[in-house]
Design a protein around this ligand. Structure first.
Ligand code: ATP
Length: 504
């Protein structure tokens, strides 16, 4: 059974070294988390699985790693300067700030219904309610008070201000002069680095439509209320694809990517039955979107929340950058074909005329993926002897440690030298991390490796080195299976191929 509450996951993550609060020794920084020894392995494995499936296993994809700090013009003409904001309200009683939709969502059902009634909106249509509050700030302020909307910090009914947009982009100065023009933005999504490099990739790879560009990297959003552990953070990581296609084929490609992404999640142990597909209502679409499917995973404690958005961005971004480049006289390069000068276009595969392609964008959060993968793998079991164990039943390709090699006696050189040699041999297989584990207590080691999801523990004992009771066991080790708890004696000479076959 997957994790029942967020607390169970938070506690495991801290206890076993997956995730720590950022800047913890100075009291922590809200919305920032650090990934510990096991967290970094799990994160890398999730990203590698995504890259393998979306780049290596396809013939229509290229990779990219663009810079995080971007020219302010990019984010102006992408529309983010004007519209990448969330509505914010203040409680004048205690000066606490809230994201409007979060504030309303956190209210009891009767209060929420009263807000909807006073705004004249169907209480079942939450996006419409938020849109109405946004569109009528003076009325919204009054309605929040009249409906008795409570401050989640103080628990009291608040004295609410009018909602106003809060832009979530982090701005930073560039270089030693901090004048009006020497600033840039930390990208709020990795996508813009793909659009600005569209021409470079097309020219250097000779790609024709349809094809995609994939990128994994950090993005930054100054969330008004970061919360729910790593679900909503200010420094996040995204795995994004911009898939470029001929206008008119975009809707079919949108369905293709919806299917592909659901099957990818399934392969990571996150079943379709736990993901609801939300066809985002028109009034709730981002400024660039023609249509968006949000994949809503059923997180413990939180319920269904977005794990990935799959947007049809139409020709919005490439079109907007092309138009603004031209208006600013920023013609990027001069080529013989004047039709393609500075335009982010590509020849139509049939007519050869320049076309601004449509874009389908599957965009998944790495942090939210970690949370879902951990949640699905988390299992509490009662063993035959009545003891309870926590085990992370991670798919082997995601497990932070693939094999732990455990010498039964850590001070006996004849045993430790064999264990170290086995560790080195298994590490050489390139399966991922193999750990030499000499903490001394075999029971504790097994418990620890169950909790961090190590698929196999290999134990080297006195029998292995011919000093036990059964000479037939010389040159064999015990291999313990995380899920079945079965223990098998395997010959050292056959161990590498045994492990390889099991982990494949
Ligand atoms: P939300 O509505 O939850 O704020 P969003 O619609 O703004 O999310 P997108 O802009 O579609 O999110 O971003 C794509 C993906 O990036 C999301 O599906 C999510 O997995 C991830 N993501 C976005 N914002 C955050 C955040 N603050 N913390 C962690 N992951 C995030």
């Amino acid at each position: 059974m997957p994790a029942q509450s967020m607390e169970e996951l938070v506690s495991l993550c801290k206890r076993r070294g997956f995730i720590f609060q950022g800047s913890e020794i100075y009291g922590g920084l809200q919305g920032f988390y650090d990934y510990g020894p096991l967290g970094v392995e799990l994160k890398n494995n999730i990203k590698a699985a995504w890259w393998r499936s979306n780049v290596y296993e396809r013939d229509d994809m290229e990779g990219l790693d663009a810079s995080i700090i971007m020219h302010r013009m990019v984010l102006r003409h992408s529309g983010h300067e004007a519209t990448f904001s969330d509505p914010m309200v203040d409680n004048k009683k205690n000066n606490k700030r809230y994201r409007l939709d979060h504030l309303v969502k956190d209210q009891k059902a009767d209060v929420q219904a009263r807000v909807a009634e006073l705004m004249g909106v169907d209480p079942e249509n939450f996006p419409a309610l938020v849109a109405a509050l946004n569109a009528n700030p003076a009325q919204a302020s009054q309605v929040l008070r009249d409906a008795g909307v409570r401050d989640s910090f103080s628990g009291e009914v608040g004295e609410w201000t009018e909602p106003k947009p809060f832009n979530m982009m982090f701005k930073t100065t560039i270089g030693p002069v901090a004048d009006e023009d020497s600033y840039g933005y930390l990208r709020p999504e990795t996508a813009q680095g793909i659009f600005t490099n569209f021409k470079n990739v097309v020219d250097s790879t000779s790609r024709r439509l349809p094809f995609g560009i994939a990128q994994i990297g950090k993005a930054f959003r100054n969330e008004i209320t970061p919360r729910n552990f790593i679900f909503r953070v200010r420094e996040l990581e995204q795995m994004e694809i911009e898939f470029f296609c001929v206008p008119g084929t975009d809707e079919a490609w949108h369905e293709h990517w919806l299917e592909k992404r659901l099957s990818w999640w399934e392969a990571q142990g996150v079943p379709r039955s736990k993901i609801e597909i939300l066809d985002v209502p028109k009034e709730d679409l981002a400024h660039y979107s023609k249509r968006t499917y949000d994949l809503m995973y059923d997180y413990p404690t939180l319920g269904h929340e977005e794990i990935e958005g799959i947007a049809n961005r139409s020709d919005y971004d490439l079109g907007s950058h092309t138009k603004n480049q031209a208006e600013l006289g920023l013609v990027a390069r001069v080529e013989e074909n004047t039709d393609s000068v500075a335009k982010l276009t590509i020849p139509h595969p049939e007519t050869n005329k320049p076309v601004v392609p449509f874009v389908i964008e599957p965009s998944a959060g790495v942090d939210r993926a970690m949370l879902a993968v951990l949640s699905e793998a988390f299992t509490k079991e009662t063993l035959d002897n009545g003891n309870e164990r926590i085990v992370l039943k991670l798919r082997p390709h995601l497990a932070p440690i693939k094999v732990a090699v455990i010498p039964l006696a850590r001070n006996r050189e004849e045993i430790t030298s064999v264990a170290k040699a086995i560790k080195a041999e298994l590490q050489g297989l390139g399966l991922g991390r193999v750990l030499y584990e000499d903490s001394g207590n075999i029971g504790k080691a097994y418990r620890r490796h169950d909790e961090v999801g190590t698929p196999y523990c290999v134990t080297v004992d006195f029998d292995t080195v011919g000093k036990g009771e059964d000479p037939a066991l010389t040159d064999t080790v015990t291999v313990r299976d995380r899920d079945t708890l079965a223990q098998e004696r395997v010959r050292i000479s056959e161990l590498a191929s045994w492990i390889q076959a099991k982990l494949r």
